[in-house]
Ligand binder design. Sequence first.
Ligand code: ATP
Ligand code: MG
Length: 155
Amino acid sequence: MTGHLEIQDVDIRLARLRARFITHQPYRNLQEQFDRLLRRRRAVLSLGTYTEAKGIALVGASGSGKTTAVNRLIGKFAGPAAPQERNAIAEIISLQVPSPATLKYVGSSMLHALGYPLERDKPAAFIWDQVRHLLKERRTLFVHLDEAQDLSSPT
Ligand SMILES: Nc1ncnc2c1ncn2[C@@H]1O[C@H](COP(=O)(O)OP(=O)(O)OP(=O)(O)O)[C@@H](O)[C@H]1O
Ligand SMILES: [Mg+2]
């Protein structure tokens, strides 16, 4: 009986350890770059002017912590997973690039991340028109594409 309880205790300790996030230098660098871009973007938008939008490419070996780092970074912004209400603000949306990463599938996954049902039966041009409209409506500043290497695969 005592042994059983000890095993449970080990599981709880392990689960606690797995849930811990260790702040490392690459994460601090990412945070700094992200904060800078966010400040600039907000400043430009507050003036109603237009400048080229920039992004961040996070590159690293498998298991090096890319997904964990970005999720941690954008966690505080996470709006509703599915902001169904019109005009719900989603400054950051996050999606995993689908496979195969065709224009249509990526657009459709983006619509889903914006709170709309997957519309894979619609033409790609229609889907992307909707994506553009919704990104504006939701005032989205960043789109996080996880597994973005799949975008380079031939479609
Ligand atoms: N900063 C961190 N502190 C603690 N654990 C971490 C940290 N970063 C990553 N991990 C753990 O390492 C494992 C791998 O991380 P993750 O899935 O984020 O890697 P990845 O770079 O996205 O890998 P892939 O390229 O295969 O998608 C996960 O179990 C995650 O919980
Ligand atoms: Mg990953």
